[in-house]
Every structure is written in structure tokens, then in C-alpha cells.
Design a protein around this ligand. Structure first.
Ligand code: ZN
Ligand code: FE
Length: 254
């Protein structure tokens, strides 16, 4: 059974260590903060054997070299990670399969935030690590990709089982909520989710992971096809509506 240890690091990142108790294999999903990752692994008594990167940004791959130096971990990720000078032991892309001990995950290309951004999906466990592609009530900013690419990527995530558990890489949920409610003010599920988020954060608890079903009911980016009227683009395509909502979020001062 896959064991997942989540911990906050840097200003608003989450680190994840995933562990196969049968073989002892342990992967760091991204390396936002090498020191904290090593400390957390030690505290769990887990020896890091792998690094699985989602994309090249320094708050995701910046700790690769330091973690590898200490652990000799095998580094797996999309080719673009080599841009920041981290050689990869294994380059992966859409359709590839990776293994943590005996537990298998598939790789989805969910580019858009960066061109080669990937997600790791444990199908049997219904667990996905989505990096900065999808956030709770949000999605990654389009630094490199186009709205078409990002929309296609979000559709891949949306096609996972509704009860899938999604682990995103940042605690952005409360600020995402402030935007979401301006676009979709009458959505009862969103109102309820915001109340839940505010309570969790007031108690110092994470809003991550989240359930795909709840995101489908509340996330204004996944709901773009239903929000065309709300953004006054009744005749827009789904991608056009998504692009408009993404642009509004970029300009939102909340
Ligand atoms: Zn990023
Ligand atoms: Fe990030």
C-alpha cells in the first residue's frame, strides 16, 4: 500500500514523500526544499531512493542536486528539468510508467504551466500528483503553454475517477477561492467548499489534497464550459471560456 507523507515547506509549497513499505522504496515528489525533505525522510525513517519531478521550476526541481548528493536517488522527470542543470537518470513523458518498488504509476503530460509539465497517477490507488497543473479552485499560470494545451491537460486530469485524490504543490486555495467566488457566486458547492477551506486554514490545516469530484463542482477553470454566461461569452468555445477565466485570474487583485 502506498504511504504518503505531506509537509509544508518554503512559503507555500508542499513537499511529498511517497513510500512503498514492502520494498522500502521512497520517492520525493519534487524537491522544493532539500534540507526539509531530508529532515522529513529521517523523521519517518524512510531512505529516499527516487526523485520524481513534475516540472523544471526551481521550487520543484531546485533541490534535486542536494538530495541526490546525500541519497544517490534516481532522478526521473520531464526533459525540461535538465534546463536548470539537473541531469535526469530517466526522462519520462505521456504514457510512460514508473515504479515505486512494486507500485506502478502512469505519467500524464499536463503541459501549459510549463511546456513539459507532467503528473504522476497511481491508478490502483486513485492518487495523482499534479504539481502546478491544477490547484484546488485554481490552475497553474500559463508561463509557457497556450490555453489550448492547458485545457487539454486539465481534461486529462478531469478524466481520472471522480473519487481520485489530487495532491497539488501549493497551498493557494484561499486566494484562489477569492477569485472563484467572483466568477461563480451562486455555486452552492463552491460556497460550502470556501467555508470548509476557511475553517481548515483557521486551524492551520492544509486544504490539500483535494478530491476530483469536488474540484469538478467548484473549480472555475474545470467549470469553464458552464461559466460562459458568467464571463459574458455565451458563444465561446470551451477553450475560449477557459482562456478568458485564466486571463481574469491573472489580472485579479483580491
Ligand atoms: Zn511551477
Ligand atoms: Fe510551483
Amino acid at each position: 500500500m502506498l504511504q504518503i507523507h505531506q509537509f509544508p515547506c518554503l512559503s507555500d509549497n508542499y513537499g511529498f514523500l511517497i513510500h512503498d513499505p514492502v520494498t522500502g522504496a521512497t520517492a520525493a515528489i519534487d524537491t522544493p526544499d532539500a534540507e526539509e525533505i531530508m529532515r522529513q525522510a529521517d523523521a519517518k525513517g524512510w531512505r529516499i531512493t527516487d526523485i520524481w519531478n513534475t516540472h523544471w521550476h526551481p521550487d520543484h526541481a531546485g533541490g534535486n542536486a542536494a538530495v541526490k548528493a546525500k541519497t544517490s536517488a534516481v532522478v526521473t522527470g520531464p526533459k525540461e528539468v535538465e534546463r536548470i542543470g539537473t541531469p535526469l537518470d530517466r526522462v519520462v513523458d505521456q504514457g510512460d510508467r514508473v515504479k515505486l518498488g512494486n507500485i506502478e504509476a502512469q505519467v500524464l503530460n499536463v503541459g501549459g504551466h510549463t511546456l513539459g509539465h507532467i503528473a504522476y497517477v497511481f491508478d490502483a490507488e486513485k492518487v495523482a500528483f499534479v504539481g502546478d497543473a491544477l490547484f484546488s479552485l485554481g490552475c497553474g499560470r500559463l508561463f509557457e503553454g497556450t490555453p489550448d494545451q492547458m485545457w487539454a491537460s486539465l481534461q486529462k486530469i478531469a478524466a481520472l475517477p471522480d473519487d481520485a485524490t489530487l495532491y497539488c504543490a501549493h497551498e493557494y486555495t484561499q486566494s484562489n477561492a477569492r477569485f472563484a467566488i467572483t466568477i461563480d457566486p451562486c455555486n452552492r458547492a463552491l460556497q460550502a467548499r470556501i467555508a470548509e477551506i476557511d475553517k481548515l486554514r483557521a486551524e492551520g490545516k492544509p486544504t490539500v489534497p483535494m478530491t476530483l469530484r469536488v474540484e469538478k463542482e467548484t473549480n472555475p477553470f474545470l467549470r469553464a464550459p458552464l461559466l460562459k454566461g458568467a464571463v459574458m461569452l455565451p458563444n465561446a468555445t470551451d477553450v475560449e471560456a477557459f482562456a478568458d477565466i485564466r486571463k481574469r485570474k491573472d489580472n485579479f487583485k483580491g
